[in-house]
Every structure is written in C-alpha cells, then in structure tokens.
Ligand binder design. Structure first.
Ligand code: FAD
Length: 302
C-alpha cells in the first residue's frame, strides 16, 4: 500500500505529492489529466517570484519536479470510488483498486460555462473566468461580467477599478448578490447593470468584439461592443464521485480544517475542490503542502 495517495494532479496535488515524498514515504499520484486547470491557462502573472509564465510551461516544471522524487505518477486515470476499510481504497474507472494509509483529495474544480456560440472559440481571446488572474489584461477596456451572484458582483467591483467600463448581465429580474455588494456596485460610476438578460452569443473575429443578449422582457436581442467577458456563473468542484463519505458544503466543496483534514480520519484535501475561499495556483499549492504535512502527522500518530 501507499503511505500517501494523492488523487488529482493539478498544482495542489503536485505540491502535496512532493511534500509527502520528501518525508521518505511511499507516495502515489493519480490524475485524470496531470496539470489540471493550469493546462488551460495562457498567461500566468501572479505566481509569485515568476513574473510571467504560461500554463503548459508551469505544468512541465511541476511534472519535472514531481519526477525528481520516487513518486508513482498514474496519469490519465480517473478515480470513481473512495472507501475506508483497514486502509483507504481508491477505485479507478479501469477497475484497479489502490490502497493507502492516507489519501489527499485534490481533484480541483471547473468553471461553469454559459454554453453559447463564441464562448469556447474565444476562451483566452477575450473570454475569461478569473478576475484576479486576467483583470489587468483589460486595463482601460470595456468588459462584461455574466452573472449577478456574489462572485459576479465582486468581480464587477474589482474590474471597475481597472477597466474603462463594466456591464453586468444578470439572467434573472434581480441580482442575487448580498445587499452590501450591490450597494457598492451601484455606487460605481463606470458600471451598468442589465437584468433579465439572457446571453445569446459572444461575437468577435480573432478576438472578442461584443456580446449579444436577449432582453427577456421585451424579447429583443441586443448587442454590446466590448473587448472582454468574464463568466461568473459558478465554479463546480470535482467531488461528485465521492458519494456520501466525505463531508461537503452545499456547493459540493470538501470541508477541511486547518491541517487539511476532512471528516474521515486519514483523508485530507487541498486546492479548488475544498471550501478554501480563494481559488488560485499559489493558494492551492500552499494547501497541498498543508495537507501533506497533515497526512504525515496523522501517520506518525496512528
Ligand atoms: P485543478 O487544477 O483543477 O486540478 C485538478 C486535478 O484533479 C487534475 O489533474 C484533474 O485531472 C484531476 N481530477 C479531477 N477529478 C478526478 C478524478 N475523479 N480522478 C482523478 N483525477 C481527477 N490561478 C492563478 O493563480 N493564476 C492565474 O493566472 C490563473 N488563471 C486561470 C485561467 C483559467 C482559464 C482557469 C480555468 C483557471 C485559472 N487559475 C489561475 C486558477 C487555477 O488554475 C486553479 O486555482 C488551480 O489550478 C487549482 O489547482 P487544483 O490542483 O486545486 O485543481
């Protein structure tokens, strides 16, 4: 059996595996796609100490660092079941069952897509999902935020300080964000809020030049010219496969304590799949380190 088995090969999982392996214990990492969301990222400018890098380049360094240790890397393997017996068992989609004394869950999350024409085509060409990451790329430009919940309104407030103008498009008749956020939003001079707006299409040539939406009251389709669109309609943690064993929030995020421990002894979690409030590369790596040290501590006590 493994001492530490990491499920998920994004920055959280890579960091957890390295921290575990450095304790000289038997470490494995299972990943559906090594690199995770970072593989889909173009420019990264907030990975502290590296002024600028690109997703695939950072993933290559992660892989090289992981391979420097005797870590079993099982790439292109998806976990489908976790069960605690004497040891913790992880069953893979191919039927194999891996056993380990401790498990670190780092299966990450995915942004909910609007699913309209142009969205996939213009990803990284004007369509963005993370204001902390890509906000500065739109300095002085016009952007829209799709989604009027807390994340959408927070994103709009954040972006309003950087870009020229922000349009918030909300599908429903009212914004869902907390009142204090809405008050702040409406106090800003360079923000327009459009309600009852159903996004229909993201337009552009080689990059985004606008967005079309259906005004659900008048049934008219309107078009706004702009340079960027931030989609903020939800981040879905990849935790469905866990069934009832591991305690999660109503959003499906794994609940962890300060040591990265879940409710099930020996099972730890890190990164975007947890209830950590901010989802960033540097934060997921930090929590991966925490979970590995937490797992090591658990092992020497049990
Ligand atoms: P992920 O990166 O999501 O990795 C999850 C891993 O788990 C993957 O290997 C996946 O294949 C695997 N997995 C999932 N389910 C299973 C399963 N059942 N079995 C086995 N493996 C599984 N952050 C920044 O700090 N700066 C940026 O500039 C930035 N830009 C971004 C741009 C885009 C387009 C996106 C999508 C995100 C961006 N982020 C950025 C956010 C950052 O990528 C995430 O916060 C970070 O990758 C989270 O790391 P993670 O390891 O927790 O999860």
């Amino acid at each position: 059996p493994y001492d530490v088995l990491v499920v998920g090969g994004g920055p959280a999982g890579a960091s957890a595996a390295i921290y575990a392996a450095r304790k000289g214990i038997r470490t494995g990492i299972v990943a559906e796609r090594f690199g995770g969301q970072v593989m889909d990222t173009m420019g990264i400018e907030n990975f502290i100490s590296v002024k600028h890098t690109e997703g695939p380049k950072l993933v290559a360094s992660l892989e090289e660092h992981v391979k420097d240790y005797g870590i079993d890397v099982m790439n292109l393997q998806r976990a489908k079941r976790l069960e605690k017996k004497d040891l913790i068992e992880i069953e893979l989609e191919n039927g194999a069952v891996l056993k380990s004394k401790t498990v670190i869950l780092s299966t990450g999350a995915r942004w909910r897509n609007i699913g309209v024409p142009g969205e996939a085509e213009f990803k990284n060409k004007g369509v963005a999902y993370c204001p902390h990451c890509d906000g500065p790329l739109f300095e002085g430009k016009r952007v829209a935020v799709v989604g009027g919940g807390n994340s959408g309104v927070e994103a709009a407030i954040d972006l309003a300080g950087i870009v020229k103008h922000v349009t918030v498009l909300e599908y429903n008749a009212e914004l869902k964000a907390d009142a204090v956020l809405q008050d702040r939003l409406y106090s800003l001079p360079n923000v327009t809020v459009i309600k009852n707006a159903q996004t229909k299409e993201i337009t552009g040539t080689d990059k985004v030049n606008g967005i079309s939406y259906l005004d659900r009251e008048t049934e008219e389709v309107r078009h706004i010219e702009l340079e960027g669109i931030f989609v903020q309609i939800g981040l879905i943690p990849n935790t469905d496969w866990l069934g009832e064993t591991i305690e999660r929030t109503r959003f499906g995020e794994i609940i962890v304590d300060k040591h990265g421990a879940t409710n099930l002894p020996g099972v730890f979690a890190a990164g975007d799949c947890t209830d950590s409030p901010y989802k960033q590369i540097i934060i997921s790596m930090g929590s991966g380190a925490t979970a590995a040290l937490g797992a090591f501590d658990y092992m020497i006590r049990n």
